[in-house]
Design a binder for this molecule. Sequence first.
Ligand code: MLC
Ligand code: AMP
Length: 511
Amino acid sequence: MSAHNENLFVALRAGFPADLDRIAIETDSGLAYSWRDLDRATAMIANLLDSLDLPAGARVAAHTDKSVEALLLYLATLRAGYVYLPLNNGYQQAELEYFIDNAEPSVVVCTGRNFHWVGKLAFQRGVGHVFTLNDDRSGSLLERAAQHADRHTAATRSAGDLAAILYTSGTTGRSKGAMLSHGNLLSNARTLQRYWDWRPDDVLIHALPIFHVHGLFVASHGALINGSTMLWLSRFDPRAVVERLPRATVFMGVPTLYVRLLQEAGLTRAACAAMRLFVSGSAPLLIETFRDWQERTGHTILERYGMSETVMLTSNPCRAEDGTRIGGTVGKVLPGVGLRITGEGGAVVPAGEIGNVEVSGAGVFGGYWRMPEKTAEEFTADGWFRTGDVGRFDASGHLTIVGRSKDLIISGGYNVYPAEIEGYLNEMPGVAESAVIGVPHPDFGEAVVAVVVGKPGEALDAAAMTAGLKDRIAGFKVPKRVLVVPDLPRNAMGKVQKNLLREQQRSLFSG
Ligand code: MLC
Ligand code: AMP
């Protein structure tokens, strides 16, 4: 038997440079972390987790602000062999209650400012350990970890063992936990390392949140496995990014980040002279943004496509010998990924025809946490995952995503499921029914808009409904506009015609 340890942490650690005193991460608050710091701190946190006597496969949930220590918590969880569960720090009470009930974590880490309610709801649900972690290196997690040794032998894991659960909202409004294994994440990290031509002296500007695939896996793994320095921003600030461009070589963002960067006067060809790669993903990049960027910086954005359940699937080429980057497309199928477009009855359609995007390969997740029926529904009989995206190949093998069969809105790179928001609206006094749609928005790409009908004789107050939602759900899900209407358009079957609503409201934010 091979004693090879397939723990993802081991592979990431092997990517650290030989000189552990080199800078691994430089933060916007002026701190510098060496590779040795990352190694020692993850060992201490892993030892703390080990000391808690957690059951095998225990989930460690994080509802924290973005900080290097939050990244270290993720790495330490891998190192100790537990399962990481990142949660958007905008989530509020009802949202967190659901995740904790569903995932049953053994450990919850939250900010000190939220401890009064997160700690309470976690303890009420039987979570054994709640720690705090703030973005200034304070909190009980680090206090406790400081009492532990700074050496740790990574737990032995096989490729199929669970590494992380990422919740993605479900069409019924209830989130599903996508189970990603060490092997899923490592295979994708290695593929991207090669395909994006990571080099030893690359410097990544890390400006994305670290509770989703893009910032946590694609960006962080890329830098770590390659031993590349990260210039770390605790939140996206376009000016701070532009200031760092002359020292950087790689940047990753959702389209909103590119739209906002284009508004910075300092974004010039000279500022980007040292850069080699700008990556966009998580939402469609408008062709205007792609072209404006080319004109302003002389660089062609590389657009790629992926999702929580599969990590990265396609990418425009990085090296010239792999082809050219074509705006409006998400590029070619990545090595090791299977991607087919199917039509009626599941038959594969030829290039040029639109159909459902189905995928297979080493990055594809093992299923939804404790939802075998949902998992079965999303896979074809021959084991391909139905992405819910609709696309088309061109003759050169470039994929274009033309839409989604799933009722999903992507706003500034965050997913919002209409059914969830409709559920909250329909519970409000005086509301008869509602339809939540995505409408083109110059900053967020799509903006969430609610179209609401009152019960007979009820006068609905849009501002009060917005305020009511803000108290209950994360800010990015709250509709940017609530429109009160006498009734919703329906088809002959009585189904609300969201297409018609989207058409009617398509200029709502474009003036
Ligand atoms: C914040 N708000 C948003 C929003 N982000 N509203 C809609 N959509 C969003 N994405 C709300 C705030 O709560 C606030 O509400 C108001 O909008 C103004 O906020 P802001 O100051 O403009 O927002 P900011 O903090 O600057 O955040 C914007 C952002 C952020 C674009 C930087 O949303 C972001 O980091 N997005 C990236 C998401 C991401 O990483 N996605 C990857 C998913 S992985 P109020 O009411 O308080 O004023 C994935 C797979 C893959 O999809 O392929 O990668
Ligand atoms: P998530 O569930 O947050 O991982 O979001 C995944 C979804 O984001 C995919 O199913 C797509 O609908 C969308 N997506 C990701 N990248 C792109 C892209 N480059 N272009 C269009 N849609 C994208």
